[in-house]
Design a protein around this ligand. Sequence first.
Ligand code: C5P
Length: 238
Amino acid sequence: MQAEIYCALDTPDIGQAENMARQLSGQVDGLKIGMEYFYAHGAIGYRKLADAQMPIFLDLKLHDIPNTVAQAVHALAPLEPRLLNVHGGGGAAMMRAAADAAAQASDSGLAAPTMLAVTVLTSLAESDLHAMGIKGTPREQVLRLAELARTNGMQGVVCSAHEIDALRAEMGDDFKLIVPGIRPAGSDAHDQKRVMTPQQAQSAGADILVIGRAITEADNMAAAAQAIKADLAAQDGD
Ligand code: C5P
């Protein structure tokens, strides 16, 4: 299956984000916006981007007690993001509360978001986990949290490209894998330490590729997105 592309609009600048959303309308499968944009511009800023008529991944990584996270999901539901995420480290009850709150959106006639968990931040090394009292390797913790996420109503996880194989093998085909850290061959890795090309991530089993600067820093964003899509389509047809 061809992986989808969501473009990360990593800017707190509302005009710049709107401009990017306009240019990318119809060129990618969705947009990702995160804390820097949402904390600055809230629901009004969100709706400005939603005017581009594209699915939105609202990457807010919610993490609090179950009741508070459930209330946050209820508060976000009218925006109808296609994807919304929480930190798996918030635990089973928190994820279940978030999943239940999302499902209730449909009772109010809203499109319920697909709920995702963040497992281990890729900024954390094994030594960081040990300092927090978490034993084992980051990969073991990723798999443990992914299993906990699935058991508690999450429909997928955000993961690094290098975790796709293990997660796909453990979690089966229906669990969504959303993958950042993607760079077309030969492009600048920026601050990403371990990158994969779109084709590599797709063939490993990614469902959605989150791609930021490889598109947003291109002279022609639409052309950059189309080139990546063409590569994915060519591989998918192999
Ligand atoms: O510009 P680039 O393609 O590196 O952007 C990747 C996007 O994915 C950014 O929004 C970044 O915050 C996010 N992300 C990431 N690595 C993770 C989780 C999220 O790069 N492990």
